[in-house]
Write a protein that binds this ligand. Structure first.
Ligand SMILES: [Zn+2]
Length: 413
C-alpha cells in the first residue's frame, strides 16, 4: 500500500498516511465521544466530548506510530533497512527493505512493537492514575485511562501467534532458531496467520449476531486482512526459494537502448524512440551512467515546436539512487522500493562500475518467475533449479509479486 501523503521523516524513516486512516480516526473519535466519555465524565456538553474524542484519536495514532517506530529503530540497530512506515485503516506497517540477519534479530525487531505499545499503555495508565489526584477535570483522566487500555489491547492483540502479526514473527523467529530453516519457519508462521484470521472472522460474526455491529465488522475485517497477507506471504516465501541464486545479470535485458543526455527531444524521437519497441528509455551521461528516465508520454507533453530546443537532460525524471543496482546483486535481495512494477517508469537500471549494462522491467521479472515455476532458473544462475512445487497464486494485476515483500507488521486498532 502506498501512502496517500507523507508526514515527513523521523530518524530518517519516511512516515506516510494512507487516506483510509481517516475512517479509523472517525471511528475512534466516535467511540470515545459517544461510547466512553459521557459515562466516565458525565455532565459535559457534546462539543467537549467530540473535541476530546478528536484529541484521543490523534494521540492514539501517535502511539500507533510509536509502535511502528520501535520496530524500525530496532531493525536499524541490526543494520536492516527500514524504509517507510504507513498508517492506515487497520493500524500501521513498517516496510523493512531487508530480511533479519539472524533469528535473534528477527525476534527483537518483532518484540519491539508490542513492547512499545505496552510501555505506552503503562505510561498512560500512570498519568491517568496521577490525574485522579489533581484538580484536572474528570474527562482528562477518562481519556488517559482509555488510551492506556487501547494501547494495552494493541500490544496484546499483536502478540497473537500468526504472521503478519508480531506474535507470528516471534513464532517465526523461534522456529527459525530451532530448525535453522528460515523459509520453513516463515511458511509455518503464515499458516498460523491464516488460522488466526479465520478465528477472528468467526468471532466477528458472533459479535455481529449479538448486535455489536461495528466491533464485529472491524474484527472480521482484520481477520480477512490477516488471511490475505498470510497467503501472500507464504507464496512470496516459496517464490523467494525458487529464485534463490538468481542474479540481476541473469534476468535483466542486456544492453538496453539508451540516449545521451545532450540529444534533443527531436533527435531522440528520430533516432531511437520511433524505431524501438520500448516506451521508457534511460538517459545516460558522458560516462554511460544512467541519470534520467524519459518516456514517450514525456515527449507527448512537450509542445512540438520545443522538440528541437529541449535536451533530454531537461526531460523526464532523474533516476532514483535505489533504482540502480549491480549485475551481481541477487534478485531476491532487491529492496522492495527498487522492485519494478508495471508502471512505465518503473525500471531498475543495472550498472557495472556506474556504466549502464542492463535494465530490469516488470516483464523480465515475470519471465524469471515463470521460468522458475517451470523448474528452470534463468541461465547463468548460481544454483540448479529447485524442485517444482504446486503453482502459486500470484495475485491480481500485471505486477509480479515481490519475493519476501509483504506488510511486515500489520496492526489493528
Ligand atoms: Zn508491530
Amino acid at each position: 500500500m502506498k501512502p496517500t501523503f507523507s508526514l515527513g521523516r523521523i530518524a530518517g524513516i519516511s512516515i506516510g498516511v494512507h487516506w483510509s486512516v481517516l475512517a479509523m480516526m472517525v471511528l475512534v473519535t466516535e467511540i470515545v465521544a459517544v461510547g466512553i466519555l459521557p459515562a466516565r465524565a458525565p455532565g459535559l456538553g457534546a462539543v467537549t466530548y467530540w473535541l476530546t474524542g478528536v484529541v484521543a484519536s490523534v494521540t492514539f495514532l501517535a502511539s500507533l506510530l510509536g509502535h511502528e517506530l520501535a520496530h524500525a529503530v530496532v531493525a536499524r540497530r541490526f543494520r536492516m533497512r527500514a524504509d517507510r512506515i504507513t498508517l492506515w485503516l487497520l493500524g500501521g506497517f513498517t516496510e523493512l527493505g531487508s530480511h533479519p540477519p539472524t533469528p535473534r534479530a528477527a525476534f527483537l525487531v518483532a518484540a519491539a512493537g508490542p513492547g512499545a505499545s505496552l510501555a505506552i499503555a503503562a505510561g498512560f495508565g500512570l498519568l491517568a492514575f496521577g490525574a485522579g489526584f489533581t484538580p484536572l477535570p474528570a474527562v482528562v483522566a477518562a481519556v488517559l485511562a482509555w488510551l492506556a487500555l487501547v494501547n494495552g489491547v494493541l500490544g496484546v492483540f499483536n502478540l497473537l501467534p500468526g504472521a503478519p502479526l508480531d506474535g507470528g514473527r516471534l513464532l517465526q523467529a523461534l522456529l527459525w532458531k530451532r530448525t535453522g530453516d528460515q523459509s520453513g519457519a516463515a511458511v509455518t508462521a503464515a499458516k498460523a496467520g491464516r488460522v488466526v484470521g479465520v478465528v477472528l472472522i468467526v468471532l466477528g460474526v458472533v459479535e455481529v449476531v449479538s448486535q455489536r455491529l461495528v466491533g464485529g465488522i472491524w474484527l472480521a475485517l482484520i481477520g480477512w486482512f490477516l488471511i490475505v497477507s498470510a497467503s501472500t506471504e507464504a507464496s512470496s516465501v516459496s517464490l523467494r526459494d525458487r529464485l534463490a541464486g538468481v542474479r540481476l545479470r541473469d534476468v535483466m535485458s542486456p544492453a538496453p537502448p539508451s540516449a545521451p543526455e545532450w540529444w534533443t527531444a527531436e533527435t531522440f524521437l528520430d533516432r531511437m524512440a520511433r524505431a524501438d519497441r520500448h516506451r521508457a528509455f534511460p538517459v545516460v551521461d558522458m560516462d554511460g551512467r544512467p541519470i534520467r528516465v524519459v518516456t514517450l508520454a514525456d515527449l507527448v507533453r512537450l509542445a512540438p515546436g520545443m522538440r528541437a530546443h529541449t535536451r533530454l537532460a531537461e526531460l523526464g525524471r532523474p533516476v532514483r539512487q535505489d533504482s540502480v543496482a549491480d549485475p551481481a546483486d541477487l534478485l531476491t535481495e532487491l529492496p522492495a522500493s527498487a522492485w519494478p512494477s508495471s508502471s512505465d517508469r518503473s525500471l531498475l537500471f543495472v550498472a557495472d562500475a556506474n556504466r549502464l549494462v542492463g535494465m530490469l522491467t516488470a516483464k523480465d521479472v515475470s519471465r524469471a518467475i515463470e521460468l522458475a515455476n517451470l523448474g528452470h532458473l534463468p541461465s547463468g544462475s548460481d544454483s540448479p533449479g529447485p524442485p517444482v512445487e504446486e503453482p502459486e497464486r500470484e495475485g491480481p494485476g500485471s505486477a509480479p509479486p515481490v519475493p519476501g515483500r509483504s506488510p511486515d507488521h500489520g496492526h489493528n486498532a
